[in-house]
Write a protein that binds this ligand. Structure first.
Ligand code: GAL
Length: 424
C-alpha cells in the first residue's frame, strides 16, 4: 500500500513534464536483419560489465546467428556514454538499443521522438503481469512504455570495511548525518579520510542522499514536483550540512570514477563511501571480498527503511539498423532467464517479480527482502534519471559545480528552483 503511494508520487511528478511523443520517422534504415546487434551502455570495466557479459553469453547460446557489438563507453552513471549517444541520435545514427534510466531521463527521448513505443513487446511477452507494478508506473508515459527494464538498483547506501571501524574503535556506522559528523572529527584526527568521493556525478549522488536523509521522504519527493520549496529554511539547512559533510571528504584529490573511491575505503585510507549497489558487484567480484566479513553496507544516514531506487532499461531507437535483432535483445532483457543471469552479477535485483530467489545471496538477499518489505518507502534517484528531466538535471549539474566551490547554499537553491520552473 505504502509502496504504491510512494510510486504514485513519482508518477505524478513525471506527469508534470511528460509530453506527447512526436514522430521522427524511421530513417528508412530499419531492416529485418538478425545478423548483428549493436548495444550501447556504460557497463565497461570492473563492477560494471560482468552482468552484461552474462546476458551476452545467453544471447550467444540462444541466437548464435547474432553478433553482439558492444559499443559500451566507460564512465560511471553514463556521463560519457550519454554524451556520445546524444551526438549519434542528433546525426540519426543510433545503435540498435541503448541504456536509459526509467523515469524522467527517458521522457526526454520520448519527447524528441527518438525511441519506439514498445507496448507491443510488453503484450507479446506478458510483461505487464510480471514486472514490478510501481516500476511499470514509472515507465509508463501517456499510456505507453518505451523501454525494457533489466533491474532495480538502490542508491542510498553507505559502504565500509568492518575492520577499519574496529581499528578506529567505532562501534557502528552512523545512523544520521550528525552522527557521521561526530565520527568524522575523530576519524580525521586519526589521519584517515571520513568519506571518499569521486567525480561530479558521485558528488550529486551524495547530495541526493543527504537531502533524503535530512529532509525525509515527503519533503524529498516534494523537491521534484514543486511541493518542497528549494529556497526554504529546511532545504537550506540540509545543503549546509552537505557542505560540512563534503569538507570531510577527499574532494581535493578526487577524480577518476566510483571504483577508485571505493578502493580508498578498501585500502583503509578512507572509512565510508555513499554509492549505489553496483558497488556490491565490485566488492564481491572484482575485489573478491566477503560480504559482512570483508565489506559491509547499510542505509545511508537518515534513510533506514527507504529505497532510493533507479532502474536500468533498454530502448529501441527509431531507425535502429537491426530492429529484429534489437527486439531479440530486448526480449532477453525482459526475460526471467536474462534477468536472473544479469542481476546476481550486477549487484541489483530483478525488475521481474518471479525471479529465482535462490540466485540472490549475500547483500542481494537483503536487498530483495528490503524491496519486498511492505513498510519500505520507495523514492526515486536524481542522479540516475528517475525524478528530474535531462534539461533540469543538466542545470542542477552546473549549479552544483559552483555550489561545491563557493559553499553558497542560497545561490544553489535559487538556481535549482529557477531551473525547475523553466524546465517543468
Ligand atoms: C548508474 C547505472 C548503474 C551503474 C552506475 C555506475 O547510472 O544505473 O547500472 O552502472 O550508474 O556506473
Amino acid at each position: 500500500m505504502r509502496r504504491s503511494r510512494a510510486f504514485l508520487a513519482l508518477t505524478l511528478a513525471g506527469a508534470l513534464v511528460a509530453t506527447a511523443a512526436c514522430s521522427k520517422g524511421s530513417g528508412g534504415n530499419a531492416e529485418a536483419k538478425v545478423d548483428k546487434v549493436e548495444i550501447m551502455s556504460w557497463w565497461v570495466g570492473p563492477g560494471e560489465e560482468p552482468g552484461l557479459n552474462a546476458m551476452v553469453a545467453l544471447l550467444k547460446t540462444q541466437h548464435p546467428e547474432i553478433t553482439f557489438q558492444n559499443s559500451g563507453v566507460a564512465g560511471g552513471a553514463g556521463t560519457n556514454a550519454k554524451a556520445q549517444l546524444a551526438t549519434r541520435l542528433a546525426a540519426n545514427n543510433p545503435p540498435d538499443s541503448y541504456q536509459r534510466h526509467a523515469g524522467q531521463e527517458i521522457a526526454t527521448d520520448i519527447k524528441n521522438g527518438d525511441v519506439e513505443d514498445l507496448t507491443y513487446l510488453y503484450q507479446r511477452n506478458n510483461w505487464n503481469s510480471v514486472f514490478n507494478k510501481g516500476l511499470l508506473e514509472t515507465l509508463t508515459n501517456n499510456g505507453k512504455i518505451y523501454s525494457v527494464p533489466v533491474n532495480i538498483h538502490r542508491s542510498n547506501l553507505l559502504w565500509y570495511i568492518p575492520k577499519t571501524l574496529t581499528d578506529l574503535g567505532i562501534a557502528a556506522p552512523p545512523k544520521s548525518w550528525d552522527e557521521f559528523l561526530t565520527q568524522a572529527a575523530t576519524i580525521k584526527s586519526k589521519g584517515k579520510t571520513p568519506l571518499s568521493i569521486g567525480p561530479a556525478w558521485t558528488q550529486k549522488h551524495l547530495l541526493e542522499n543527504v537531502l533524503l536523509g535530512e529532509l525525509g521522504v515527503d519533503k524529498y519527493n516534494g523537491l521534484w514536483n514543486g511541493k518542497t520549496d528549494w529556497t526554504g529554511a529546511d532545504v537550506n539547512a540540509a545543503l549546509k550540512k552537505y557542505t560540512q559533510i563534503m569538507s570531510f571528504s577527499d574532494l581535493a584529490s578526487a577524480g577518476a570514477d566510483w571504483q577508485p573511491a571505493i578502493d580508498r575505503v578498501i585500502e583503509g585510507a578512507a572509512v565510508y563511501n555513499v554509492m549505489g549497489d553496483w558497488a556490491a558487484s565490485y566488492f564481491d567480484g572484482a575485489k573478491k571480498l566477503k560480504f559482512k566479513e570483508g565489506w559491509n553496507v547499510t542505509a545511508s544516514p537518515g534513510t533506514d527503511g527507504v529505497y532510493n531506487f533507479l532502474s536500468d532499461s533498454f530502448t529501441l531507437p527509431v531507425g535502429a539498423p537491426h530492429k529484429a535483432a534489437a527486439e531479440i535483445w530486448l526480449t532477453l532483457c525482459g526475460s526471467k532467464e536474462g534477468q536472473d543471469a544479469f542481476n546476481p552479477l550486477k549487484g541489483s535485483i530483478p525488475a521481474r517479480t518471479d525471479a529465482d530467489k535462490s540466485k540472490y545471496t549475500g547483500y542481494l538477499e537483503t536487498a530483495l527482502a528490503d524491496w519486498g518489505n511492505p513498510s519500505t518507502k520507495v523514492v526515486g534517484s536524481l542522479t540516475h534519471g528517475v525524478v528530474a528531466n535531462d534539461a533540469w538535471n543538466a542545470e542542477i549539474d552546473t549549479a552544483l559545480g559552483l555550489f561545491i566551490k563557493s559553499g553558497d547554499a542560497t545561490a544553489f537553491a535559487s538556481a535549482v528552483k529557477t531551473a525547475y520552473e523553466k524546465n517543468k
